[in-house]
Design a binder for this molecule. Structure first.
Ligand SMILES: [Fe+2]
Ligand SMILES: [Fe+2]
Length: 362
């Protein structure tokens, strides 16, 4: 298996991190034109062939909302003194600064910076989702899948709109894409087949996004943040359901070689995401708050329950779904465990296809 960003890896204790230097990150951000192969497929079957996808499309139509008029933009977010997420446990930086004995005001400012950073990365991911769904309208073989992908294009445009407005109107800052995320999103956008694109965007990235959004939603103390996250999460659950339903059909039709290829692709993308260990963010804010990214890495990795905490995001949705699809076998399971991405029962308590279907019935 070829490692992604092999030239930017180094050992920190037992752990191999991905750490991209700033000049390379700038160059990655400047790569605006990307050659993404898409093979277009016609179909003459206009009736429904895949009933469950058609049903998802209908739900998508019913679930539309308007990012400008359905959100109460008069509500405040991040005003002085407001803890919009719990001080400890929800975000990394306020917890670190609390440990370092910093005052309340500094911890609050760091929480605002970190939220703006996280939402900015989600925003860039939403733009990638918008572009890949456009590709899927071309590449998918059935009209049901084309209809569904088209409705998701509208959803993703709305997500880009709502998160950009939240950042610009309320937090006042929009951070550029991290180097690791740009590399991974380009991988998904340039994947050669619609099957790989669906696996990459709908299963891997939507799965991770649902984990982040669900966490924000559970912990949010601010009505505006809660409303935006709830609405986006509801759409994302529908998208994740499309990914699972489609991939379930794909794996049934795949031979051993194709399964191994998909398993490797999924592992490589997720492993690289995990290998950054928030270093991109810590490098950005480290100087402002006197945080040494290297120290943070060593400190967190020395915690006895590091694997359990680290695996939360992966065990929320994405890894259990891959396990159910047969895309995590003994071949990769131990590697996922070694890197703190699987902890406990590998099927976790994540979303399976039937749960996903019930989640979108609204
Ligand atoms: Fe989205
Ligand atoms: Fe999505």
């Amino acid at each position: 298996m070829d490692k992604i960003l092999a030239d930017y890896r180094r050992q920190v204790g037992q752990f191999e991190v991905v750490d991209i230097d700033e000049s390379r990150v700038e160059a990655l951000r400047a790569e605006l034109d990307v050659q993404a192969p898409v093979s277009l497929r016609w179909t003459w079957e206009y009736g429904s062939e895949v009933e469950e996808l058609r049903a998802l499309y209908e739900r998508g139509k019913r679930g539309q909302w308007n990012a400008e008029t359905d959100i109460d933009w008069s509500l405040p977010l991040g005003d002085a003194g407001e803890w919009f997420l719990p001080r400890e446990g929800a975000l990394l930086m306020p917890s670190l600064l609390t440990l370092m004995g910093r005052d309340e005001e500094t911890c609050l400012e760091a929480s605002k910076d970190e939220l703006a950073y996280t939402l900015s990365q989600l925003l860039h991911g939403e733009q990638a989702a918008l572009q890949i769904c456009g590709q899927l309208t071309n590449a998918c073989g059935t009209m049901d899948a084309k209809f569904y992908a088209a409705s998701q294009v509208a959803d993703e445009a709305r997500h880009v709109e709502v998160i950009a407005k939240l950042l610009q109107r309320k937090l006042g800052t929009l951070y550029p894409i991290s180097g690791t995320l740009k590399v991974l999103l380009d991988r998904l956008l340039t994947a050669p087949t619609w099957k790989m694109k669906t696996l990459g965007m709908q299963c891997l990235f939507e799965g991770v996004a649902v984990g982040i959004l669900d966490d924000l939603h559970k912990k949010s103390l601010n009505p505006l943040l809660s409303d935006v996250v709830r609405r986006v999460k509801q759409d994302e659950a529908r998208h994740a359901a499309f990914g699972i339903l489609t991939m379930r059909r794909v794996v049934k039709e795949s031979d051993a070689e194709e399964m191994a290829e998909m398993e490797d692709f999924a592992y490589n993308v997720l492993e690289t995401l995990n290998a950054n260990q928030q270093l991109d963010m810590l490098r950005l804010f480290g100087p402002k708050y006197g945080i040494d990214p290297e120290m943070v890495l060593q400190m967190t990795h020395a915690m006895p329950d590091w694997s359990k905490i680290n695996s939360d995001l992966y065990m929320h949705t994405v890894v259990p779904n891959l396990c159910r699809l047969g895309l995590v076998t003994e071949r990769t399971e131990s590697a996922y465990r070694e890197r703190g991405m699987i902890w406990g029962d590998r099927f976790g308590s994540g979303l399976d296809a039937d749960v996903a279907k019930s989640m979108v019935k609204n």
